[in-house]
Design a protein around this ligand. Structure first.
Ligand SMILES: [Zn+2]
Length: 342
């Protein structure tokens, strides 16, 4: 191993030994917020090829660790703290979920209830009741198909894609990379890839029912969980060219969630991230629209405006062991990253 890589590996190992309580004293944060997407024991094509996710036992282990080593905060407690300076207990943690998967209601909520814990669930509103498959999930299903397909099928799909888009693909790995490089604006490429691979989104929706129904969302809200908005179409807001489009995505999705839950104000989370979205613009949009609560981003432990809460990703399963949460590992990595030590 080259010297630089050896040094990096040794440093990483040393950082992984710093206990979380010590990190907490070194990098002061009033509240840490986490974000999950999926909790399931099943392999699900629309998520599996995007990244790992925890099963129910692993999630229970996270909750046990978090409630023993911190204080699980509700959204309302977090909001009062951020906007009105209310004090929160030491080790305050707020749990969130993105994307509105049905497993949020079926697997995450029962586990949270057993721990008497609260959480916030962010829903992209166009997909409630399984009206459509989110574009990233269409791509994920295609990638899953490509990984399983016979060589002849791959050759035929590559010929179709090259013929239509001049993509210059030559093998399975190149096709996967091309699929993973598609964005929401590449609607016709995604559609053609689905056709070529025999992915029928309507059929997939009927078979898997990937997302929450309005009825499930209402029940979760009635059970005391907080429901937030996650845009209407699950778009990357920094890619929208006009501030009015950003405003529409935020306001419209918040209004839809407010109508469903009967809440006057609901939180909002950026799909992917909101790094390129101007905070002064967000402040102005919030000032003009009472329906928008706190705004959640994905910058781990980053500090931001008082109404922006950054979150640490919690889906990764690395270092998960039977009956043991990998949360200490994930938090140590977030602290080290915040100190630019990784
Ligand atoms: Zn999302």
């Amino acid at each position: 191993m080259p010297l630089v890589e050896t040094y990096q590996a040794v440093r990483r190992k040393a950082l992984d030994r710093v206990p979380v309580p010590l990190w907490r004293r070194l990098v002061r944060r009033d509240v840490i917020s986490l974000y999950y997407h999926m909790i399931s024991d099943r392999e699900l094509p629309h998520v599996s090829s995007i990244g790992s996710y925890k099963d129910e036992v692993q999630f229970e282990a996270d909750l046990a660790y978090l409630s023993e080593n911190g204080h699980l905060l509700s959204y309302d407690e977090l909001r009062r703290h951020r906007l009105y300076g209310r004090r929160v207990p030491g080790g305050a943690i707020h749990i969130t979920f993105d994307d509105g998967f049905r497993e949020c209601g079926e697997n995450a909520c029962p586990a949270l209830r057993r721990q008497a814990a609260s959480a916030t669930f962010f829903i992209p509103t166009d997909f409630i009741d399984n009206r459509d498959l989110i574009w990233v999930h269409k791509i994920a299903v295609c990638v899953d198909r490509v990984r399983r397909a016979a060589p002849e099928t791959i050759a035929a799909v590559i010929a179709t894609i090259n013929g239509r888009f001049g993509a210059g693909l030559d093998r399975r790995a190149a096709l996967v990379a091309w699929l993973n490089g598609l964005r929401q604006i590449h609607g016709s490429e995604i559609e053609r890839a689905c056709e070529a691979l025999g992915v029928d989104p309507a059929d997939y929706l009927r078979t898997y029912r990937p997302y929450l129904t309005q009825c499930q969302i209402e029940r979760m809200a009635a059970d005391g969980f907080t429901i937030g908005a996650h845009t209407t179409s699950h778009c990357l807001l920094e890619e929208l060219s006009h501030p009015e489009d950003i405003e529409r995505e935020i306001v419209e999705s918040c209004r839809i969630i407010a109508d469903i839950t009967g809440r006057k104000q609901v939180p909002f989370a950026f799909p992917f991230h909101g790094f390129g979205v101007d905070r002064a613009l967000l402040a102005d949009i919030r000032r003009r629209h009472d329906v928008i609560g706190l705004i959640f981003d994905t910058g781990q432990l980053r500090r931001d405006r008082e109404f922006v809460v950054h979150r640490v990703p919690a889906d990764r399963t690395r270092h998960c062991r039977p009956g043991e949460s990998n949360m200490p590992f994930l938090l140590r990595r977030a602290y080290a990253d915040e100190q630019r030590l990784l």
